[in-house]
Structures are given as structure tokens and as C-alpha cells.
Write a protein that binds this ligand. Sequence first.
Ligand SMILES: [Zn+2]
Ligand SMILES: [Zn+2]
Length: 477
Amino acid sequence: MASSSSSSSSAVPQAEAFPDGTTDHIPLRKKAYDIRKPHITEQPITWSNWYQHVNWLNTTFILIIPLVGMIASYWVPLQPKTAIFAVVYYFYSGLGITAGYHRLWAHSSYKASLPLKIFLAAGGSAAVEGSARWWSSLHRSHHRYTDTDKDPYSVRKGLLYSHIGWMVMKQNPRRIGRTDITDLNEDPVVVWQHRHFIKCVVTMALIVPTLVCGFGWGDFLGGYVYAGILRIFFIQQATFCVNSLAHWLGDQPFDDRNSPRDHVLTALVTLGEGYHNFHHEFPSDFRNAIEWWQYDPTKWFIWTMKQLGLAWNLKKFPQNEIEKGRVQQLQKKLDQKRATLDWGVPLESLPVISWDDFVEQSKNGKAWVAIAGVIHDVGKFIADHPGGKALISSAIGKDATAVFNGGVYNHSNAAHNLISTMRVGVLRGGCEVEIWKRAQAENKDAVPITDSSGQRIVRAGDQVTRVSRPVASADAA
Ligand SMILES: [Zn+2]
Ligand SMILES: [Zn+2]
């Protein structure tokens, strides 16, 4: 919000260098807090000190003033012209945050001309979300330390905390992760706005809308209440949703190790910032939505500025890299789904049974069938066999490799999958030999393919029972 409490003490004359290449930011305004003194957040909240834990400046800007505005709106009629202007001004201040603070300054996803920078810094001031310097510094920290304790608005601390809790309650500046903002300190627009932030806010957020509505159509009070205070409230709540809703609601098509998510609803609320899973993966891309039909007015605005010659160097991640991320995430989901299915006992976990034992057990009532060196117990399946009881029963106690693979009936992929769930053993000198033979014949590595969690991947047509050129077996011979 409006404060700059993350700055360090003004007693430090020069920027202190840290091993990770960041420097301690030299405050550009009067210091808000001496980082070397104990911080209030180090004490537990009690009935006697709770008010010291509250960040009253932020609370005033994001809760108390909107509340006053809402009460005032009861007595102030909303004129149509003022309503239209409030919506237009809402979009302007929103773009100041999304196209300016976020995509230009926090992520340097494009270059902007001086007039465009001034336009965006003024719009951002009208949204009352702190200076671009303060906002971008925290946002870089959010990207660098997403979901950890150093993340200034980690959703792991709760949805309400990530939405406004982190601003309403004081935060220990020593906890927030360090970031490098040397580029922002070299941007005269950013530095000027930071130094004169309170003046910028009062002018852009309240005076301008009041004067436009007042001199435009005589509605000073309406301009102040609706285009000023209530618009501030709505744009703040909308953009705060990027920190809360976009880390809580939606899909994760690119990576699911952290909380950011893609959802059209969040995009609608935040001028296109809702494709947040993509954004956290590809933060320097000037787009958040990569499909033409997705709602990303911030992207459309930046593109239009490029056409007008006011913006250039619009950064895009190569499509090849984006698709790689998508495929890896799909693969991960596939692995998770595969892990829930019964693929049969792994061959190496099955007992090794000799041919004589196999024949003996089959004679003594076991409904065992050998296919490609693997013994299957088909007892429970005989009655359900689509080819009838007779054929399957005739294979009991025999090697049915050739019969199963086309000698009598060329079984479907589903049949090979199903029979793998009936495995009970491997024939001594059978299975291993067959696998080795097939690997030799197909010139493949004999090591089975596994996914990242070590689960064996059985592709269609690749089951162990599938033998493309049936070997001569006792039964088929
Ligand atoms: Zn985020
Ligand atoms: Zn970002």
C-alpha cells in the first residue's frame, strides 16, 4: 500500500551489497522504520498491543476510506456521466498497475517511451497501491520466493492474508525476501513518483476525478465519491485478487509445484492477470494470456502502444519452451493417473516357478496359463471369457503364447492389459529369455521404461504378453 516500510535505515549512507548481488535499498523518502530495532511483529498479538500490530496507514487507505465512501454514497446520487467516467477511470488506474507497475516495472517485459511511463505512473498512483518502486520490489520478491515465508503475500498463510492481511497487519521487513531494484532506481519516472508519492496519490486518485466530474457536468461530490473513493476501493480489491484468487482458483497447465493458477474469472477481474500459472512460469513475457480468445486487455493495451510507437521490445517466450512446459505438466498428470491403475504385479516381484511345477499345479486344480514366460491365473475369468469357456480352458497348464497372439485369436490390446492383472509367477528360463530375445530382435534397450516416480510405463502393444512373431512353443509346435 501507500507505505514504504521495506526501505532500510537512512543512517546507512551507501547501498550495502549482499552475496546474491542485491543491495540494501537506499530510502528515497523519509525513513519509516529502523531495520536494526526490534520489530513489533516479534511480539505476540495481545489485547494490549494489537493496535501496534495494525498498519494504520494502509488500513486507512484500503478499509476506512472506502467505508466512508460507501456510507457517503447513500446521500450522493450517482449521475450517468459520473458512472461512465468512473468505469473509464477504473480501467485507466487498473492499467497503471497491470501494464505499468506489473509488466513494465516489476518484470521489464517491454520498453516504454517517457510519455507512456508518465501516463502509467499517473494511472498507478490513482489506484492507491503504493509507489511503483515499492510495489515492484515486493512483487519481485513474491516471484523469487513464491509460497515461502519470504514471499510478502504468500497464499500459504491463508487467502485473506494474501488478499489484504499482509497490508492491514504490519510485516517484519527482515522477513521479506531480498530483490534487486537497481534498474528501478535508475528510472527517473519511478524515482520521481516514489519521492512525491502522497502528492501523486491525492492528485490522481481524488482531485482529478473530482475536478473532471465537477467542471465537466457539475458533479463535484459524485466525482469525489464514485470516481474517486469507491473506484479506488474496486480497483484495489480487483488487483489484490492477483495475490489471492490467482494463487487459489483454477488450473495449473504449466507447473503445479507452486500455487499460481490460471482462471478466466480471475482474468476478468484483474484486466487479464488471471493466467497466473503461465505468468509465474514465464514472468518476462508481456502476455499473461497466450491464446487470442483469452481475456487479457493489458496485453491488448501494450500491443496497441507498440502500434502507436510508444512501446517496443515486447518480450515473448519461445513457443517451443512454452509447449515443453505444458507437455511436462501433462506427463506429470498422466503419471499420477497411471499410478492409480492396476497394471499387474511387476515381473521382478513375481515368484519364479519351474515348468514342472507349473504343469503339476495346473493338474491339481489351478487355472494357470503361461504366455510369453509369465504364468496367469485365469480361474476367475473363465466364465467371462468372450471367446467362450472351451478355448480358455484348453490352454490351462500349457504355454499359450502363440495361441494368444494370433495362433487361434489375435487378442486385443485390452486383452493384453487385462491378462497382466492375472499374473501369479514367471517361468524359470521363460520370461527373462523372452524379454531378452525381443529386445535383441527389436534392437531396444532391455531396461523397462519408467516414469519419474519409478512406475513402469506399459505402452499399448508393448505388454510382455504381446509377441509379434510368436516363438515356437510346446503348445503351438
Ligand atoms: Zn503470483
Ligand atoms: Zn508478476
